[in-house]
Design a protein around this ligand. Structure first.
Ligand code: ADP
Ligand SMILES: Cc1cn([C@H]2C[C@H](O)[C@@H](COP(=O)(O)O)O2)c(=O)[nH]c1=O
Ligand code: ZN
Length: 196
């Protein structure tokens, strides 16, 4: 479990926390947990998500095990900067879908004294770094990698294997479109696909 800093740092010195992992690894659960604790500490919290992510709800961040928290859908990372006024903590879910400007936005917020908590996929279904996440990880103070359970062998999973037949980068989905896999099981499938 992530050990949070003293909240009294907020307001004087901001910082960036990143939560990454495959699908079903608990990123959203962990984001919601940290944000709820900030609310308990009477911090002003604002949560943002990309407007394209409407899987469960338009105005909530919802985890696969149905925890939820109210959020504002935004089209671009610049909107976050405009909407985050008078806040102590900013949460951002599904950050992989944002534009490349998200890294600068996170740093600008942190420089203003805001605690920024970002959750997102570190890799796409091909195993490549996803959107602005690598750049945010590089400039963050704290990075937490969480793991799902591999659906084939039960080991720790860090890959999101796409089950659906589609090659485009963005394909919203759940269990029927994706399964979390460990390196070994993911490689086995891709090696087999290459020899076909
Ligand atoms: N293969 C799996 N490994 C781990 N958790 C899983 C798996 N399949 C379903 N889950 C559920 O997903 C929850 C995590 O959901 P969530 O926080 O939304 O993950 P993420 O945001 O990383 O996709 C777990 O608490 C568990 O109930
Ligand atoms: C790997 C991968 C995923 N997606 C989509 C599928 C889901 O809608 C989200 C990830 O949600 P989660 O909260 O992390 O479970 O991203 C995609 O569009 N492209 C991909 O390569
Ligand atoms: Zn496995």
């Amino acid at each position: 479990m992530f050990l949070e800093n003293d909240i009294n740092r907020a307001g004087s010195n901001g910082w960036i926390e990143v939560i990454v992992g495959s699908m079903f690894s608990g990123k959203t659960e962990e984001l919601i947990r940290r944000l709820n604790r900030a609310k308990i500490a009477r911090q002003n919290v604002e949560i943002f998500k990309p407007h394209i992510d409407v899987r469960y709800s338009e105005d909530e961040v919802v985890s696969h095990n149905a925890n939820s928290i109210r959020s504002t859908p935004v089209e671009t990372s610049a909107n976050i900067l405009l909407l985050a006024s008078n806040v102590d903590v900013v949460g951002i879910d599904e950050a992989q879908f944002f534009d490349a400007g998200l890294s600068d936005v996170c740093n600008e917020l942190a420089n203003q004294g805001i605690r920024v908590i970002v959750a997102g996929l570190d890799m796409d279904f091909k195993g490549n770094p996803f959107g602005p996440i690598p750049s945010i990880m590089a400039t963050a103070e704290y990075v937490t990698k969480v793991h799902a359970v591999c659906m084939r062998c039960g080991n720790l999973a860090n890959y999101s294997h796409r089950l659906a037949e589609a090659d485009k980068l963005v394909l919203l989905g759940e269990k029927s479109e994706y399964e979390p896999l460990c390196r070994h099981c993911y490689q086995k499938i891709y090696r087999a696909a290459k020899t076909k």
